[in-house]
Design a protein around this ligand. Structure first.
Ligand SMILES: C[S@@+](CC[C@H](N)C(=O)[O-])C[C@H]1O[C@@H](n2cnc3c(N)ncnc32)[C@H](O)[C@@H]1O
Length: 272
């Protein structure tokens, strides 16, 4: 297991190496585009223009720019210098300086973020899966969120049907890798770091009693996970059918928790 400092260094390096290619990769990736559209539709049930948003693990800021351009004020954080450099470029080219601020900050060191009375906190596409102890992140939420503010976390759970199905093709180790409690060694651009998988239940437990579940949705439960990027090109009709089923069933157990990712929105309701 990598120590926290070493893990952060590796994660920073991996995503910085990936950052110049990140947006272009998604532009040509039907599954990722569909997944992001689902996350946006989910988020827009609680986000409105004028909201003050804190984005965690914002990456190149695809969502930060989206929210800023719809009239929100966004404070975007990430640990990767490369990712943040891409985002800075977008702030300049879209002239979003009055609405989008950037801070280099780890998910595990959010005490460095000024308490902004945020209406909404958002973490998309598995940044939280790079953290072993979720409570390091969740303990900061009451300090940062407004009372009755919302938080949406998009994370990878331990049960992914497409991955478990690999058992039938003899890939036992890959099929059950997410179930390893002590994490899994992942790699991006030849840099290795640990990934950890959490169920919605574990995530709600880490958040604690002050948070009420608003909505839980599975993402890519029946449809294939993003690393099967050629699937929509080879089987376009089947992909459309599977995503249509996913859209219908994503709110119902087990499809809301057995998926490539889940989207969980909670509301902060302090008792006093
Ligand atoms: C898959 S990318 C997702 C980026 C963005 N949210 C999106 O939707 O495109 C994961 C991001 O999490 C960030 N990340 C991973 N661990 C982090 C940590 N401990 N603190 C802050 N950011 C982290 C990475 O730098 C990377 O930008």
């Amino acid at each position: 297991m990598l120590e926290i400092k070493d893990q952060l260094k590796k994660v920073e390096e991996a995503f910085s190496r990936q950052s110049p290619l990140y947006d272009a990769y998604e532009e040509d990736h039907v599954i990722l585009q569909w997944m992001r559209s689902q996350v946006r539709a989910h988020a827009l049930e609680v986000v409105k223009p004028g909201d003050h948003i804190l984005e965690l693990n914002a990456g190149t800021g695809i969502d930060a720019v989206f929210f800023a351009r719809m009239g929100c004020r966004v404070h975007a954080t990430d640990i990767s210098d490369g990712m943040l450099a891409q985002l800075r470029g977008k702030v300049n080219s879209y002239n979003l300086h009055d609405r989008l601020t950037i801070q280099k900050c780890s998910l595990t060191e959010l005490e460095a973020v000024e308490p902004g009375g945020y209406d909404y906190i958002f973490s998309n596409f598995g940044g939280l899966n790079c953290v072993q102890d979720l409570t390091l992140v969740t303990k900061q939420m009451p300090r940062l969120l407004k009372s009755r503010g919302f938080l949406t976390l998009v994370m990878m759970p331990p049960f992914c049907p497409w991955e478990l199905a690999l058992v039938f093709r003899g890939h036992f180790k890959t099929a059950v890798r997410r179930l390893r409690r002590r994490g899994v060694l992942s790699h991006i651009e030849r840099v290795h770091f640990m990934s950890y998988y959490f169920s919605p239940r574990q995530t709600l437990k880490a958040l604690g009693a002050g948070f009420r579940k608003v909505k839980l949705q599975g993402l890519a439960s029946l449809s294939p996970p993003p690393y099967m990027e050629n699937f929509p090109k080879r089987y376009p009709r089947l992909f459309r059918v599977l995503t249509a089923f996913d859209q219908r069933l994503s709110g119902i157990p087990p499809f809301n928790r057995w998926a490539d990712h889940f989207i969980l929105t909670v509301q902060y309701q302090p008792s006093t």
